[in-house]
Design a protein around this ligand. Structure first.
Ligand code: ATR
Length: 282
């Protein structure tokens, strides 16, 4: 019988994870089924444990349950501990292993698909919430020499940076980014980890940031360029990307953790990009 996995969240109806994992399973010959699981807010542990009792082998965890998943795990990887959040659970008897593949997904998408090695690079991370927190340690481990965190609420960025206790990481408000540029030189990679998404105002950061960077990366994805991508392009950034590749790479890393096989992501990226475009054209 096929091994059961699912993505759990609230809302969950629009998750593309089942489609991604179905493609991975077909390509690697792994016999799995991968479902969507809607859990009520406040009902994460109950839903996750019920899924396990019904034979489930593992879960991907999305908003708003990554902290609940962290708490439910009986063992956690170093990268989950560093992120303070869990997006993957693996069930093995009474043992519940918690991991976090989000940061690895970002690093792999930037380095492999976009061809920008992180070793020796400086990174500006915009945002200081859960999405930002998960990627800092993986960026450093990939060789980034500097990770600055800029946030609308400066205190939150400072707290996050201080909590990491690493001299390569500093936090500031958006209004201090200009001074950071003057003091420490340009940033090679700009990563938008705010939840500003597609619409809204441009982020209040200096235009000089964009012309000096190699790549501006938005963690969210859509058929059309995001607000941040448009802002970066208008500012003269030579390369921009949304986060579709990160989504697919975190899924591939999850598949590897569960199944011991790393699926090829390039064809899945091409297929999902085409699907997004087709849906938008409808
Ligand atoms: P997530 O898990 O998606 O990171 P979060 O923890 O709620 O969600 O964090 C949202 C992030 O987006 C925060 O960095 C937030 O800034 P504040 O800490 O100042 O709230 C940022 N954010 C949300 N809306 C924003 C906006 N309109 N402009 C700038 N930053 C915004």
């Amino acid at each position: 019988m096929a091994d059961r996995y699912a993505v759990i969240g609230n809302p969950i109806a629009h998750s593309r994870s089942p489609a991604i994992h179905a493609r991975f399973a077909a390509a690697t010959g792994q016999d799995i089924v991968y479902e969507r699981l809607l859990a009520p807010v406040g009902g994460f542990a109950e839903a996750a444990l019920r899924f396990r009792a019904e034979g489930g082998r593992g879960l991907n965890v999305t908003l708003p349950f990554k902290l609940d998943a962290f708490a439910l795990a009986t063992e956690r990887s170093a990268r989950a501990e560093a992120a303070g959040a869990v997006n993957l659970l693996a069930f093995d008897g009474e043992r519940i292993f918690g991991d976090n593949t989000d940061g690895a997904g970002l690093v792999r998408d930037v380095e492999v698909r976009l061809g920008v090695p992180l070793a020796g690079r400086s990174v500006l991370l915009l945002g200081a919430g859960g999405a930002a927190r998960g990627v800092i340690r993986p960026l450093l481990d990939a060789g980034a020499t500097r990770v600055a965190i800029a946030n609308r609420t400066a205190a939150r960025a400072r707290e996050l940076a201080t909590g990491l206790g690493d001299a390569r990481v500093a936090g500031c408000g958006f209004d201090e980014v200009g001074a950071m540029l003057d003091g420490g030189g340009p940033f090679d990679l700009l990563v938008n980890a705010t939840s500003t998404g597609l619409g809204g105002e441009a982020l209040p950061v200096p235009g000089a940031l964009f012309a000096a960077a190699l790549l501006a990366y938005d963690m969210v994805y859509a058929a059309a360029p995001t607000r941040f991508m448009a802002q970066a392009e208008a500012g003269g950034c030579p390369r921009v990307s949304d986060g579709l590749g990160m989504l697919i790479e975190q899924a591939a890393e999850s598949f590897l953790v569960w199944r011991g096989v790393r699926p090829d992501t390039a064809p899945v990226y091409a297929a999902l990009r085409a699907e997004l475009a087709a849906e938008a054209a409808r």
